[in-house]
Design a protein around this ligand. Sequence first.
Ligand code: MRU
Length: 380
Amino acid sequence: MSTLQAVRYSRGKLEVLDQLRLPHEFHYDDVSTRQEAFDSIATMRVRGAPAIAIVASLGLAVELYKGPVPGNTSQQVIAHIDEALDYLKQSRPTAVDLTNAITQLKARIRSSGETKESVIDGFISEAEQIFEKDLKTNLAIGDYGAEWLKAQVGATSDNTASVLTHCNTGSLATSGHGTALGIIRTLQANGQLRHAFCTETRPYNQGSRLTAFELVHEGIPSTLITDSMAASLFRTKKAEKNIAAVIVGADRVVRNGDTANKIGTYQLAVLAKAHGIKFMVAAPTTSIDLETETGDGIKIEERKREELTQVTGAVIKDDGSVDESSKVRIATADQRIDVWNPAFDVTPAELIDAVVTEKGAVEKGTDGKFDFRNIVPERW
Ligand code: MRU
C-alpha cells in the first residue's frame, strides 16, 4: 500500500498534491515560488494547519535555492526573506502553525552567519527541519493519544474504542501520519480501534473527500456520516456505534485551551458533552498560540459564497471511474441567496477533555484550566 503524501520534497523541488481533485484524481503541482505556494494555500489545493506551514516554508526554500536572490549582504537577504514570509502569512489567517514557522525561520536566518549564502542555507535547512520534524511529531501524538484513550476506555471488554473525527487531519494535512487521524491510525495499528466514523465536513467536504479516502486507503474499519447525523450517532450507543471519543485536530489552541478548528467542531463538542463522550484535541505544539489569551482573540477566516452554493461534479462511468472530461460546476442553492461561510469555529476549553501534543496529553487542572507551561516552557 503506497503512503499518501500531500507534499513531496527534495532540495530544489517541491511537489504539492492538488487536494481539490481528490478523491478522483491524483495530481501534483510543482511549487517553486512564493506566489505558487501562496496560491496553493489560499485556494486550498493544500490545507490543514501543519501542511500550510510546510508548503509556505518549503516553497520559499525552493525559490531561494533556485535564485537569483536580490541583494549582496546578509542584511539585504534577511530583509528580502522577511518580506516574502510576511506575504505568505497572509495566505490563510486562522491556523497558527504558519505564524510559528515564520517566527522560527526569521530567528534562524538571523543566526546563520554573515554572508548572503549562509543566510540562504540557514533558511533552507530550517524549512527542511520543519518538514522532517512534523512526521516525528505526528507519530508521537499518535502514541500519546492512543495511551490517553486507553486510560479512558480501559473498562471495555476488549479494550477497543469507536471514535468520531471531523475534517481531515491525516497524511494529507501534514507531512504524514496525521494528528487526530494519526491517533486513529495508531489505534488501528495497536488493535485498539473498534470503528472510526468521519463526518462529511460541510461545506468543503474534507471528511468525505479526504478523510474517507485516507481511511479506505488504509483499510481502517470506517463509516462516513453527514455532519447532521452526529447527535443520532452519539445517542445510539450500540455495537460499533458506541462512540467513546471525538478526536479532532486544531488550527490554533490559545493560552486558555480554547481551540479553533474546522467549522462544526464546536457543535460536536457540545454534543459529546451531552452524551458523556470524551472530546480530545490532537495538536502539535506548533498549533499552540500563547500570545492569544482566549478564543475571542482568534481571527476566523470567512470564505467565498460559492463553497455553499455550488459543487464540482463529474460523471461516474459504469466501471466506477470518473469521466474527467465531464467536470461541471453544479448549483446547489439559489445563487442569489446571502451566505455566511466561516471556515472555523472555536470550541471553548471547558468542553475539551484533553489536548494531545507530541510532548504528551494535557488535561485541565483542579482549577478547571489548561496549563501548557510544561509543554512549551520555551514560549511561556
Ligand atoms: O480549512 P482546512 O481544511 O485547512 O481546515 C483544516 C482543519 O481544520 C484541521 O482540523 C486542522 O488544520 C488540523 S490539520 C492536522
